[in-house]
Design a binder for this molecule. Structure first.
Ligand code: NAD
Ligand code: MG
Length: 328
């Protein structure tokens, strides 16, 4: 593993270059504000009439339509949603200056060939391992969120140095920048969110809740056990891995964990995880997602409504209303 830190940065490779940030959402706003505070000349590219235009203007940025924002920019950060990036690239390609750097925060469009950049451009990735508000708050506190870095196309010979200078500008070198590839970042990011984080964890919670409710226990008690207390355990895991969790839970919880956990998540789950990963690797998931997006999100909308109408959501809303600290 190679970790890049502040001492590895060559700030001169980006000095005096204008940076166009396309998109002003979670990542876009944080990157733009950190880069500006690091002394860069930043312009924001957004669709005229888009929702976040006023926010960027109130934050003191110049906002232009994307094809004007990239005009003269030495580095263009693609921080619009993944599903609009391909058409966004088409709209700006002819305005990109020779040898400019395209920068992504997730490798999806490059890795799956949805964007095929002009061959005079450097193409790099800087992916902070945290949401935008953390990227901003840590920067303001003089710290930084660790980032992944990758290079897909290096025409100038400076692609990696330019990526690192950008990571430095958003505070990433304070946390450390880990080198990877577009393929590794894309496939592991998709797998993590599908199998473990958003997908796996939420299904585990909902199934646990349903098991208790179906057995006749009160939904409110089931909610506390299966949803509410997840945070306690996740915080321990996040702070100190399995060891810290074991340190803070009871002996009975530890014995139950070690003996019963592997019965719930077993080799069959492992086999299905491999299948999920295979469909990420062979492009099946990406093709399905693009097709779903392009047909107006019918399945996505149906499943989302089902999720939000479920009993755990109704019960949770009621109980969380009594937790004053959640409103702070
Ligand atoms: P977001 O949904 O929060 O914000 C998207 C922004 O793009 C908004 O300002 C929106 O108005 C703008 N936009 C929408 N369509 C546009 C268009 N056609 N042209 C120009 N601007 C347009 O997005 P996000 O979550 O910050 O994600 C941006 C990128 O960062 C993605 O590649 C994502 O995978 C990656 N990423 C996100 C996170 C995260 O925590 N959210 C973490 C790491 C990487
Ligand atoms: Mg779910």
């Amino acid at each position: 593993m190679k970790l890049f830190v502040e001492a590895d940065v060559q700030p001169e490779v980006l000095a005096g270059e204008r940076i166009a940030v396309l998109g002003y959402g979670s990542q876009g706003r944080a990157h733009a504000m950190n880069l500006r505070d690091s002394g860069f000349d930043v312009v924001i590219g957004l669709r005229p009439g888009g929702k976040t235009t006023a926010k960027a203007e109130n934050d003191g940025f110049q906002v232009l339509p994307p094809d004007q924002a990239v005009d003269g920019a030495g580095l263009i950060a693609f921080l619009a949603p993944d599903m609009v990036q391909a058409s966004l690239y088409e709209a700006i390609e002819s305005k990109l200056k020779a040898n400019a750097t395209l920068l992504f925060a997730h490798g999806f469009n490059i890795h799956y060939g949805r964007i095929e950049p002009r061959d005079d451009l450097d193409v790099v990735l800087i992916a902070p391992k945290g949401p935008g508000d953390l990227v901003r708050r840590q920067y303001e506190a003089g710290r930084g969120v660790p980032c992944l870095m990758a290079v897909a196309q290096d025409v100038t010979g400076n692609a990696k140095a330019r990526a690192l200078a950008y990571a430095h500008g958003i505070g990433g070198t304070r946390g450390g920048v880990l080198e990877t590839t577009f393929g590794e970042e894309t496939e592991t990011d998709l797998f993590g969110e599908q199998a473990v984080l958003c997908g796996g964890l939420s299904e585990l919670i909902v199934r646990g809740f349903q098991t208790l409710v179906d057995a006749g226990y009160q939904p409110e008690v089931a909610y506390f056990e299966c949803m509410h207390e997840v945070k306690l355990i996740v915080d321990l895991l996040h702070e100190g891995g399995l060891a810290k969790m074991h340190e803070f839970v009871s002996e009975t919880a530890k014995y139950g964990d070690l003996t019963q956990g592997p019965r719930v998540v077993d080799e069959h789950t492992g086999e299905r995880m491999k299948q999920v990963l295979k469909e990420i690797q062979d492009g099946t998931f990406a093709n399905n997602w693009v097709a779903e997006y392009e047909s107006g999100l019918p399945e996505y909308t149906r499943l989302m409504e089902e999720d939000l109408r479920s009993q755990i959501e109704t019960v949770g809303k009621e109980l969380r209303g009594r937790m004053a600290w959640l409103r702070e």
